[in-house]
Design a protein around this ligand. Sequence first.
Ligand code: ATP
Ligand code: MG
Length: 451
Amino acid sequence: MRCTLLNPGAIKLLERLSQSGFQAYLVGGCVRDLLRGARPHDWDVCTSARPEEVLALFSGETVVPTGLRHGTVTVLLGGHPYEVTTFRVDGPYSDGRRPDSIRFSSNLKEDLARRDFTMNAMAMDAAGRLYDPFGGAKDLERGLIRCVGEPGRRFREDGLRILRALRFAAVLGFSMEGETARSLRQNRDMLRHVAAERIQAELLRLLPGPAAGGVLRAFPEVLWVFWPELEPLRGFDQHSPWHCWDLWEHSLHALDAAPPEPPLRLAALLHDVGKPGCFTLDGEGLGHFYGHAGPSAHLAGEMLRRLRLDRATLERVVLLVERHHLELPPREPVLRRRLRQLGPEVFFQLLDLQRADAAGQAPDIALPRRSELDRAEAMARSILAQHPCLTLKDLAVNGRDVLALGVPPGPAVGRVLRRLLEQVSEGGLPNEREALLPAARALITSPSDSG
Ligand code: ATP
Ligand code: MG
């Protein structure tokens, strides 16, 4: 089979290696994706050539000795990077993360045997012939994630594989083969040996997956290893007519209903994480969680910092969780103010989060709530279509104009501009220099601005 998705650079690379007497194959994720009919996003090649032989063979091209110790050289062909790795056998793993040593090999099957799952342990040559000693193609067809070799041993070698299995299940919608599932749960504590950054990277790919909610529902205890804060949500009855699910189910429904982008999926999963700590039951048997958004945002921040999430994403998630109850009614003056206070990006993310939150409620509550949010969105879009003045950048005057009116450089300049922006965005002043300059002059001379 010569696959139409096979990329010409990859074929050229394989042919160059095999014409020089080496074995060379595409391997791993790109073979899996080719067989699924999906376009691979990166191309890995495995070969019997040693790294120095690869470097010599491609000395006319740009080659980067990415990981010589592990046998990896990156070859750039037509501006595209190809990772070329020498057949390798991993030595014992004593830290639950990485092999203590590796040795190079000239045997393809040995190289495939060190790989994590059967669907990732296939190779393809330049003619499109498949090498599949562990039954990966059959598992791929059945949508099954199965470890290569004995699952318990493979998860104990490298704890990250536990989360990789969940990530592939969430992204591809695959099921976990029975023994793989059982030993993944049993060995979940191996994740404690894995660096926070690696956990974070897998989680950020898992959560946007179309089957993320189902995977977390099936394997919650894996998440609890690094996020024990989620454990109390499961089975937590909200004692509320607005909710038909416990807190965990509610969070999973919100997760699945949120747009598939990491900040929104994280905010949806964590938006109620502070609820158990705020629970009260009134005389009528109704549950309340007064002020839970603040504690939820606080916990979410701690959980994300633990995984060393980048600051911009972390701050965005915390802000969304903190404001997840902010009212966004379909009323123009309120929406104008919210658009100015939050900025359009956060505003629409908050609408998305509120929609996701509603999807996790009882249907008779969810439907009218959803249509109200849809109306607010339509109204906000039509406000934006009129190019309203929402930020200082949109104002027809700037800091230089205010300085030219005699305001000394410093915070007073920003204060004047902000007062103008408030008046313009609420309709009190047109956004025109002819109107803004006299208004600025009046602000400067008025005693209320002297502070
Ligand atoms: P994607 O690139 O879509 O994330 P992938 O399967 O290509 O999927 P990579 O991380 O690019 O994942 O790894 C390339 C290949 O290396 C995998 O297909 C697998 O064969 C092997 N591999 C990666 N990580 C591990 C691991 N932790 N343990 C064993 N084999 C692994
Ligand atoms: Mg890959």
